[in-house]
Design a protein around this ligand. Structure first.
Ligand code: NDP
Length: 486
């Protein structure tokens, strides 16, 4: 019994604090956004977008077919010279306008992001939407300074960019892709993920409202085959993809020998390394943020937790206690920490890997919490006694599941952290600055956070090593993939 219960005899709980969706201007049906307007598909289909927390249809969305994709690429090609001919200052004004409109519609965007994807409103409101606006602001500032971003060289845009984004950060990933592409004078055809097209379509409305010239941005919802067709279009100059390593490899093979520039932001199995000299309570918060943020649907999730053996029991004990206080449920409730799993398919993937973890001998503990009857949910889960060869230590689970491994020395920590085909991100928790620098420089990861995790800023480059991909998004480094420099 807690101290509070002893004193008052009352068990305190949070009252529900639901965000109302009443203000959301969601249409019943969306067309494809091309040539500056929403249009019926020529040879595509119409598919419902489902709320993963309720399994209810939110809106019907047009999916693009090959003729639609061809038309979008032609329109992007036609618009590109005019867009590139604008001064950087003028292009920057459009980006600035888009950023301001995102801010104006922030509340609506946050609610739609949570309803379409299942993430807690606290995250979409405080992270996804503000960061999406910040990316447009950031690249609005770069639009008239491009050559400074690449060491003073002369620059020109690549041309037409095909951009494919996943379902875990639908609006934010669209912003990561569109903002630098447009700032550099490219036009773009963006394909959102099958399960989360709605905020990208809101972004299309924002582009309209910002009076972006027709063809500069096209938004074509669709499934995997839409993405596969888009990257095989002959008249594109650039592909930027975020998603799974398997699909990334497939795209790379499809582009081989075509002279199309490619950036890939793929999966990860990032190590979060806790040294015995770390501030352990702070580290536990970082572990929670690293793996349970967005239900673990995060490419850089700290899903491999490496704890120094001398403090392993203490850290696991504190973590387990903290996990018990996570609130799982309605994504629109402002108290919710862990929302719905994005799709039935993703839930099946998580369940399969968790079952493999148990079969291979790791010890599983899942938080006992009441899960809603409808929708797709998975209770926060920790695996201990994990061996480096277990599937749960190797493969990306992409769910609220953390696998714990231990180490004795710094050298062993580095070896275990690097023992992965991936190399997207890592976390280091220690109060020794020299140790943090030494370990960070030995880790094969694109981003290394020290005494924090999942910390994002538009001015900082993000991207992977090894099978986590190549190319960087964010900051001046994020301009490079969209420019030809001489
Ligand atoms: P995918 O890689 O399949 O999807 C990412 C995007 O690519 C989506 O827009 C998808 O469309 C599209 N796509 C799918 N197949 C093709 C193709 N052959 N050619 C071109 N585009 C394609 O990821 P999933 O969403 O299926 O998730 C699977 C796993 O990928 C997850 O469990 C996770 O491990 C990892 N992942 C990693 C992400 C990251 O941020 N690095 C993000 C998402 C997933 P559609 O949605 O319609 O299938």
């Amino acid at each position: 019994m807690s101290t509070q219960e002893t004193r008052t005899g009352i068990v305190w709980d949070y009252a529900p604090a639901p965000e109302s969706p009443d203000h959301v201007r969601l249409r019943d049906s969306y067309g494809l956004f091309l040539d500056g307007d929403f249009r019926d598909p020529i040879d595509g289909t119409r598919v419902p977008s489902i709320n993963p927390a309720t399994e209810e249809t939110l809106a019907e969305v047009a999916f693009a077919g090959p003729a639609d994709i061809r038309r979008a690429v032609e329109s992007a090609r036609a618009a590109q010279p005019g867009w590139a001919a604008l001064s950087g200052l003028e292009r920057g004004k459009y980006l600035f306008r888009i950023a301001r409109l995102i801010q104006e519609r922030a509340r609506e965007l946050a609610v739609v992001e949570s309803m379409d994807g299942g993430k807690p409103i606290r995250e979409s409101r405080d992270v996804d939407v503000p960061l999406a606006a910040a990316h447009f602001f950031h690249y609005a500032g770069w639009a008239d300074k491009l050559s400074y971003g690449v060491g003073g060289r002369k620059v020109e845009p690549l041309g037409v960019a095909a951009q494919i984004v996943p379902w875990n950060f639908p609006l934010l990933m669209a912003a990561w892709k569109l903002a630098p592409a447009l700032a550099c004078g490219n036009t773009a055809v963006l394909k959102p993920a099958e399960t989360t097209p709605l905020t990208a379509l809101f972004l299309a409305e924002i582009c309209q409202e910002a009076e972006l010239p027709p063809g500069v941005v096209s938004i074509l919802p669709g499934d995997g085959s839409t993405g596969a067709t888009l990257v095989r279009e002959p008249d594109i100059d650039k592909v930027a993809f975020t998603g799974s390593t398997a699909v990334g490899k497939n795209i790379q093979a499809a582009l081989a020998g075509r002279g199309v520039s490619l950036t890939l932001e793929l999966g990860g199995k990032s190590a979060n390394v806790i040294f015995e000299d770390a501030a352990l309570d702070q580290a536990v918060e970082g572990i929670v943020n690293g793996i349970f943020f967005n239900q673990g649907h995060v490419c850089c999730a700290g899903s491999r937790l490496l704890i120094q053996e001398s403090v392993a029991d203490v850290v696991i004990g504190k973590l387990w206690e903290r996990m018990g206080r996570l609130r799982v449920g309605d994504p629109l409730d402002k108290n919710t920490d862990v929302g719905a799993i994005n799709s039935r398919e993703q839930l099946t993937r998580i369940e399969e890997l968790v079952a493999a973890g148990e079969e291979e001998g790791a010890v599983r503990r899942s938080v006992a919490c009441e899960l809603p009857e409808r929708g797709w949910w998975f209770a926060p889960t920790i695996f201990t006694d994990v061996a480096p060869a277990h599937r749960i230590a190797v493969e990306e689970i992409f769910g609220p599941v953390v696998s714990v491994l231990t180490f004795r020395t710094q050298a062993e920590a580095i070896e275990k952290a690097n023992n992965s085909p991936y190399g997207l991100a890592a976390g280091i928790w220690t109060d020794k600055g020299s140790k943090a620098f030494e370990v960070a420089s030995a880790l094969q990861a694109g981003v290394v956070w020290q005494n924090t995790y999942n910390h994002f800023d538009p001015s900082a480059a993000f991207g992977g090593y090894k099978e986590s991909g190549f190319g960087r998004e964010g900051g001046p480094a994020g301009l490079r993939p969209y420019l030809r420099a001489s």
